[in-house]
Ligand binder design. Structure first.
Ligand SMILES: [Zn+2]
Length: 312
């Protein structure tokens, strides 16, 4: 018997058998059936492992490692049949930061099925800290985890096209001052007023406390209900915070979502609290938490699905 079919059949039987249980539990099971089947979590982990391997030399902007990461993302998008946003996948640019850097965002387009002229930008950054004092900073959590999620969403959208058009933005030069996302916004390939939302993922693959934070609804109130109404996957806790309204670090300007926020574009940033390997050469694949990571990506997809049905 086909294993995938058998798994699906089992889930259906399982959900039916759970019907007598309480409502919230039932809803959780139903949510698992509707998306888990399509998110390719083995490819998700493999993509993080590859992008954070030593061969990519820490992916510092302008280095050979960053070029390899660009090639890898382009190849994965192409394999999945995802089209480039512009004439090619790369949006190249140069900038000065002590020296001249040559950089490129990798951009793909998923056409929407109904709100075709309204865009949701899913973003993550592929650059990291490179090699310092002979040590490779592999940046598995920061932010190979966000890039692999982008690729997993590309695969999901093949079978489940979104209502809004979606741009998958793998941006460069975040670590050098959010340069790639700033360039994306200031040199928008589509009319800027058609960008309705940015969902940014930066560090989503580990948490000792099983907590994933969502930032942004403090500024854009219409985004609060879809976050609050999402049932998180597994034992993950989805929290709103780190936005200046609590005593925690304020992440409003901490990653690429800031470039959208400064342009008045609503955003939700998903991320975890800093850990002992944050910006250390030990931010390696072996130190991510696979179960937390898979739950986080499923939860972000569940929030996306709610947002996609809204008038943004
Ligand atoms: Zn980062």
């Amino acid at each position: 018997m086909n294993y995938r079919y058998f798994t699906c059949l089992f889930l259906v039987v399982f959900v039916i058998s759970c019907k007598t249980q309480n409502t919230s539990q039932k809803n959780t099971e139903a949510a698992v059936v509707s998306t888990a089947y399509y998110l390719n979590t083995s490819a998700l982990l493999e993509d993080v492992e590859i992008l954070s391997s030593d061969a990519y030399e820490g992916r510092r902007t302008g280095t050979n490692g960053a070029a390899l990461a660009q090639e890898y993302i382009v190849e994965r998008f192409a394999q999945l049949g995802v089209h480039p946003l512009g004439s090619g996948y790369l949006q190249s640019f140069t900038f000065q930061a002590g020296k001249t850097y040559h950089a490129a965002n990798v951009l793909a387009l998923i056409p929407g099925t109904s709100n075709t002229k309204e865009y949701i930008i899913l973003s993550a950054h592929y650059d990291h800290e490179g090699i310092q004092n002979g040590e490779i900073y592999n940046g598995a959590d920061d932010d190979a985890s966000g890039i692999a999620a982008l690729i997993a969403f590309a695969e999901y959208f093949k079978e489940n096209p979104p209502k809004h058009s979606v741009i998958l933005a793998a941006v460069d030069a975040e670590e050098l001052g959010l340069v790639g996302s700033k360039y994306f916004v200031e040199n928008s390939i589509i009319p800027i007023e058609n960008i309705k939302l940015n969902i940014n993922m930066d560090m989503i693959s580990r948490s000792d406390k099983n907590q994933l934070y969502a930032v942004g609804s403090k500024y854009y109130k219409h985004l609060e209900a879809p976050i609050k109404n999402t049932i998180p996957y597994g034992n993950l806790q989805l929290r709103i915070g780190h936005d200046g309204s609590d005593k925690l670090d304020d992440w409003t300007y901490a990653s690429d979502h800031a470039s959208f926020h400064k342009a008045g574009i609503p955003f939700i940033y998903f991320g975890v609290e800093d850990h002992k390997d944050y910006h250390q050469p030990t931010d390696d694949y072996k130190n991510i938490h696979p179960d937390f990571y898979k739950n986080a990506v499923h939860t972000i997809l569940a929030v996306f699905q709610k947002l996609d049905t809204m008038q943004l």
